[in-house]
Design a binder for this molecule. Structure first.
Ligand code: G6P
Length: 604
């Protein structure tokens, strides 16, 4: 979703803002813009399309200034266009605003403003904010913003630039992320940390309704009544290098390669011999009291929830259900104080997931957040947070966040099982974990197979994924990866279900990816594979190396090692991620920034 960057300090604001916006491109956007104060006047430039359009447009324009705000817009109200792009500005061009979120009451506010004589040039909800600030201006911008936000309904992160006060940027937020990077002789605001990392790793997370004034040498944070707040500066252990491609053609491929070392790092951080180092987080909680577990998330994180459900059922012997956050927040979930509700979110900013968490908390559940981003909104809402330690994930299609989330869930299921006296064969299970790093290594020997698969997929209209049991959950993630970056229509089915309708879609040459790692189910999966083959499907199998029948019945077979049935996702995920990545590359698509998608979904 939209990205905000603001800068005030010793460097050229235009350069810092554009670099920052580049780092936020992964969030998804369709236009970009920038505003600076130069020679006592506001200069605003905006361009529809890629950020590069704006960068090229700005090459001949002098915008050097020490203060500026910029924005990448993901259209909600009004089509992507130069006019609808942010920043929006007041009629006298004295005030500029960038916004992430949705102002839900923009229409009545707009009508009131029109009656007062304000002219709107865009179709956006954001333009209401800038005219509202202008109409309510009382000589003090901070006080004005405090009054304006009392009128706004919906979600927002806002950054405001005022020609009459060019030394500072005012920013505020509700339900949309905003962080302030604390530098030396310079300060930066941004929607996410990668945009700041070149300049600082010291950050302040704004909470809902807080308002900050950001100057070159000073940052102040106030509550909604404008009482000054003592804020905490956190140090993020991410580096600028982690947010670069490091020689890879795209971030996704780089992040796929990182998975093995991330798992290693997580295991050494979270396991000390047979002890779980995160145990202290639960020291005041009696885990025996919980009778049910809810797992709630969106997108890829939802697929982690499915794997985790299996872990809780099989290892902790607990009742667990998985729900999509946007559904969970509007339905009766029969929560009580014996419910442990787990919310999984890479960014920690997904609006639906956070809202679902707030609801579960209100209804009496204990809430546990699993996230990758230190200090993100979800960490401030949840009772307990467990981090995934995956480092910044830039590609929209999630890879390393997925595997690290699955690992955290597995470790937590072991820990929970131990605490409630259900854990069996602990040593064996811990020993198995040590082999996961090997499974996640990207081997080059399969390259020929991958190029054959890509050849088959690049012109395909549809592709289906099937599997049984936990392999079905893995298939769902494989299908999502391929769909989102190659634009091939994909669907995943439990292998036994395909014949109840969807088998009608199988034609000569339709690619079907079959996932098979479960000894107790493989014969049945192979029968389904054969049913598909008999109807012309082109079978690409990912299965245990020793499954000869699967190999012989498939057009292409990728044989994998499996350390244990329950951990099979770690064996099959890399081939599925690579299939998606290579197919997208072959089709010449933007692997990291697929059309219409956003990395961090901060609207409903
Ligand atoms: C978007 C992203 C997905 C992600 C989902 C949930 O759809 O494109 O990759 O899985 O949001 O995001 P979260 O940050 O909550 O894990």
């Amino acid at each position: 979703m939209c990205g905000i960057v603001g800068y005030v300090g010793k460097n050229n604001a235009k350069t810092v803002v554009l670099e920052g916006l580049e780092k936020l491109e992964y969030r998804g956007y369709d236009s970009a813009g920038i505003a600076v104060v130069k020679d006592g006047a506001l200069k605003v430039e905006k361009r529809c399309g890629k950020l590069q359009n704006l960068i090229e447009h700005l090459q001949t324009i002098d915008m050097s200034s020490d203060v500026g705000i910029g924005h990448t817009r993901w259209a909600t109200h009004g089509e992507p266009s130069d006019i609808n792009s942010h920043p929006h500005f007041s009629m006298d061009k004295k005030i500029a605003v960038v916004h992430n979120g949705i102002i839900e009451n923009y229409l009545p506010l707009k009508n009131e403003l029109i009656e007062k004589g304000y002219r709107f040039i865009s179709e956006t909800d954001t333009e209401v904010v800038v005219h509202l600030i202008d109409s309510m201006y009382n000589g003090d911008m901070l006080k004005t913003v405090a009054e304006v936000v009392k009128v706004l309904k919906g979600s927002y992160a806002l950054a405001i630039l005022d020609v009459n006060n060019p030394e500072e940027i005012i920013c505020t937020r509700k339900d949309s992320p905003l962080v302030i990077g604390i530098g030396e002789g310079e300060n930066i605001i941004a929607s996410d940390i990668p945009a700041l990392l070149k300049y600082t790793n010291k950050v302040v997370y704004l909470n809902d309704f807080e308002i900050a004034t950001v100057r070159k040498n000073k940052v102040e944070v106030f509550d909604k009544e404008l009482n000054a707040i003592q804020f905490e500066v956190k140090v993020v252990d991410w580096s600028y290098d982690q947010a670069t491609k490091n020689g890879f053609p795209n971030y996704m491929l780089k992040e796929i390669h990182e998975q093995s070392s991330i798992v290693q790092k997580m295991l050494s951080s979270y396991l000390n011999g047979g002890d779980f180092t995160f145990a202290n987080l639960f020291s005041t909680i009696d885990l025996k009291r919980y009778t049910k577990i809810h797992l709630v998330a969106c997108g890829t994180a939802y697929h982690v929830g499915l794997q985790a459900k299996y872990f809780f059922n099989e290892i902790s012997k607990m009742d667990a259900k998985v729900e999509i956050a946007s559904e969970y927040r509007y339905q009766n979930n029969f929560i009580d104080d014996r419910t442990l509700a787990i919310f999984i979110s890479q960014s920690g900013e997904t609006l639906d997931t956070i809202s679902a968490l707030k609801k579960a908390k209100e209804e009496g559940a204990t809430t546990l957040a699993i996230t990758n981003v230190v200090g993100s909104t979800i960490t401030r809402e949840a009772d307990i947070t467990l981090y995934t330690l995956a480092g910044p994930e830039i590609a929209v299609a999630s890879t390393k966040a997925y595997t690290s989330q699955v690992l955290v869930m597995y470790l937590f299921s072991l820990f929970l099982a131990e605490k409630i006296g259900k854990l069996e064969r602990k040593e064996e299970k811990i020993a198995e974990l040590k082999r996961l790093c090997e499974l996640l290594k990207v081997e080059n020997e399969d390259e020929i197979k991958f190029s054959e698969i890509v050849k088959k997929l690049e012109n395909a209209k549809d592709a289906f994924f099937i599997g049984r049991g936990i392999d079905y959950y893995s298939s769902l993630e494989g299908a999502l990866k391929l769909k989102e970056i190659s634009y091939i229509h994909t669907e995943a089915f439990p292998a036994g279900e395909l014949k109840h309708g969807s088998i009608a879609l199988i034609e000569e040459g339709t690619p079907v990816i079959v996932v098979g790692t479960q000894d107790n189910l493989i014969e049945k999966t192979i029968s389904n594979l054969k049913e598909l083959k008999a109807r012309g499907a082109y079978i690409i199998s990912i299965g245990k190396k020793e499954y000869e029948d699967m190999k012989n019945s498939s057009d292409i077979f990728i044989g994998v090692d499996v350390v244990s049935q329950i951990l099979s996702i770690f064996s099959v995920i890399v081939p599925m991620q690579l299939i998606a990545c290579y197919t997208s590359m072959k089709k010449g698509l933007d692997v990291d920034k697929p059309r219409n998608l956003a990395k961090s979904v901060t609207v409903e």
